[in-house]
Design a binder for this molecule. Sequence first.
Ligand code: GRF
Length: 199
Amino acid sequence: MTKLKLGFLASHGGSNMQAIIDAINSGDLDAEACVVVSNNSESKALERAEKEGIPAFHMSSAAYPDSDELDRAIAMTMIEHNCDLVILAGYMKKIGVAVLRLFKGRILNIHPALLPKYGGKGMYGNNVHKAVIAAGDKESGPTIHVVDAVYDNGKILSQSKVPVLEDDTFETLAARVLEQEHILYAKTLQEIVDGNIKL
Ligand code: GRF
């Protein structure tokens, strides 16, 4: 069987990307990591990719001042590396129309809250966990969803829940959610491979 080919977009630590690569390396996920693109030259994701022998590219407004051109270059990179899916793993930029059109329904993102709650513009990283704590919610957890033109709006594919504890700070909650993110992303991708989740 041909493996599901993954192209990653990541901006910072790339720990979600690493968890997916680890699942591939251990045989828990029947997929192949084909390429990694980051808008941030300092991203640990690029370093991780190089260590794993995965082609890695820094692509940002530094080389592509026109954002449509940048978007087209990213789309072409994904196509040239035969990606079936584009995996957003902590990618802090909005996806442009070329990538959206060419990979319609085949771009996935992980969000660190139980969407549709705590999504939308400005709801990223610690802002999400601070909002969950401020609202007094009793549970939180990651969501994997399909990406469309609106932030955090596409079809929800999977979620997992963690408790929000009385004495949680946004840091302790973020760490608990991140631990689940690392499990959920690879698991969801394997469900797609197995045909249990349809895109
Ligand atoms: C994660 O919390 C993810 O939910 C969010 O950005 C963070 C990325 O972490 N979209 P990492 O870069 O995968 O370590």
